[in-house]
Design a protein around this ligand. Structure first.
Ligand code: B12
Length: 226
């Protein structure tokens, strides 16, 4: 008899809706339960990150844009999400580690740090040591940490296209000081519309070591093949 291979489990819509409802209500225990239930069902961490946590934050943004939820609700959802990521982190950190290091930071003035944090976790999940510097990282601080930690990769996150001058100033400085360092770029500023696409193409032409990653899927390809 031939064994039937079942597809890896995914997040079901009802589960996603329940998570989003709990997130908007500020019901952190229920959010945490949903996350743990999905991981226990065998849903991959990548799917939990992308199809539950990220998807819900994008929807919170759409609801906020339409005035369907308040700014306070958006802040609450962000704070709860960061707490959930911190709760998942010990499971990620349990992976065996290799001698590879990545520093992940948001460009100056950039306050959107959840994506950068997920990226740092994802490096960790693949056995790298990651150092997540969070929102609004000053260039001088990043440069001194690069000197200190000697990373294999530095990843920069930017959600707002109007922060591009700060990103370029940061890239100028890093490229001058560390010309052979691999630089990764990502964030909502570069996804979706033409302006974002054009910006990332111009940046990759200008900075030879810069590589753009649309999502954790492309990053996973890199991390499993490196
Ligand atoms: C939460 C949130 C906030 C929070 C952030 C809190 C925090 N702790 O991070 C706060 C309240 C601070 C905030 C503020 C603002 N926000 Co806001 N925010 C959001 C929201 C709802 C969710 C962001 C998020 O967490 N996404 C989830 C993460 C996981 O997704 P991600 O960032 O895209 O990251 C993934 C990928 O992009 C990629 N990636 C990201 N970085 C990197 C880096 C590397 C190296 C790699 C490889 C990959 C990678 O991998 C990640 C995982 O898959 C978005 C809505 C949205 N659609 O994104 C609006 C949104 C980004 N915000 C918006 C705006 C306008 C603002 C404000 C200007 C509002 C205001 N008037 O004050 C300010 C600006 C603050 C600033 N200077 O940065 C707009 C931007 C619109 C635009 N066209 O640019 C959005 C899209 C909302 C909307 N629908 O209009 N915001």
């Amino acid at each position: 008899m031939t064994a039937v291979l079942s597809a890896p489990p995914s997040i079901e819509n009802a589960c996603y809706r329940e998570y989003l409802k709990a997130l908007l209500e500020g019901d952190r225990p229920r959010c945490a339960e949903v996350v743990q239930e999905q991981l226990a069902r065998g849903v991959s961490l990548k799917k939990v990150y992308l199809d539950l946590i990220q998807q819900a934050m994008y929807e919170v943004g759409t609801l906020w844009e339409r005035n369907a939820v308040s700014i306070a609700a958006e802040h609450l959802a962000s704070a709860s999400t960061e707490l959930l990521l911190a709760q998942i982190y010990p499971q990620i950190f349990a992976q065996p580690h290799k001698d590879r290091r990545a520093i992940i930071a948001c460009v100056p003035r950039e306050l959107h740090q959840i994506g950068a944090r997920m990226v740092a976790d994802f490096f960790e999940l693949h056995g790298w040591h990651s150092f997540s510097l969070g929102a609004n990282t000053p260039t001088a601080a990043l440069v001194s940490m690069i000197r200190e930690r000697d990373p294999d990769v530095v990843g920069l996150s930017m959600s707002l296209l109007f922060n591009r001058p700060h990103l370029e100033a940061m890239l100028d400085e890093i490229s001058r000081e560390f010309p052979t360092l691999e630089l990764f770029l990502g964030g909502r500023a570069f996804t979706g519309d033409d302006a974002g696409r054009q910006a990332r193409e111009e940046l990759m032409q200008r900075y030879q070591k810069l590589v753009y990653f649309e999502s954790l899927n492309e990053l996973e390809d890199y991390l499993t093949n490196v």
